[in-house]
Design a protein around this ligand. Sequence first.
Ligand code: R5P
Length: 290
Amino acid sequence: MKKAVVGFSDSSALAKKIARQVKAKYSELELKKFPDGETYLRFKDDIKGKEVIFIESLNNPNEKIFNLILASHTAKELGAKKLTLVAPYMCYMRQDKRFNSGEAISSKIIGKLFHNFNKIITVDPHLHRYKSLKQVFSGNPVRLSANELISSYIKKNLKNVLIIGPDAESYQWAEEIAKHVKSHAIVLRKRRFNSRSVKIRLNNNVSLKGKDVVIVDDIISTGHTMIETVKEAKKHKAKNIYCIAVHGLNVENAYLKLKKLGVKKIIATNTIPGKDSLIDVSGLISESLK
Ligand code: R5P
């Protein structure tokens, strides 16, 4: 089946790269706003009989989700044979339970809204209470991991580092990366009070004196998780501190705050574009599309 790669908004650079790698035609979706704020959407190329691969990272997600719903319905009507959604960063995965009565379990709703896609591919989704993406998305959702790419980056650029995971949820990144780089992982304890307030603790008897540490996590959003972890690492006398995330959302100047604390370098993958998004996931995604 012929493939057509369709990109929009800030994922278009990654989408073009992936289109080249899978030898498919790239086309941009035409999106405009009517004067009253409604969305106009048009496919510029013929997609009849093809597998249409939408590539869109779902940071700042709300409008993108709506565009994807319009696009997937339209693609079906235009005769596309298969619809694949590549969302390198999958949104709303952290809202995986009703923490307070009356709340939306947003991840489940997103799963239902994306029912038109025959296949969903994402990189390191925030799976915590869900054990599998199948609990959220129908069809055969594919969960890729950037752990090996992150490990290669560390091996190439940093020497003798200790890996730190800020909280219990991060063990799946910290421990695997530590194994790849032949180091150790320390996973800290986190208590979250609200979106901008967390407390992170490292056992008092652990000394990081003179050690270079890499704090790894899936997401840097407001940066508070990293900030508190950096403070703990400094308290325990770490020498050089690096922060690596799969998805650098970098909300509310998170990176700047981390740099002001003395973090040597902040690195993310390019699931979300940015000047610090140095680890390229395009090959990983392309492989899964072949
Ligand atoms: C949550 O457990 C995630 O793994 C991240 O630690 C969290 O989402 C990061 O958010 P923030 O940067 O706002 O602390």
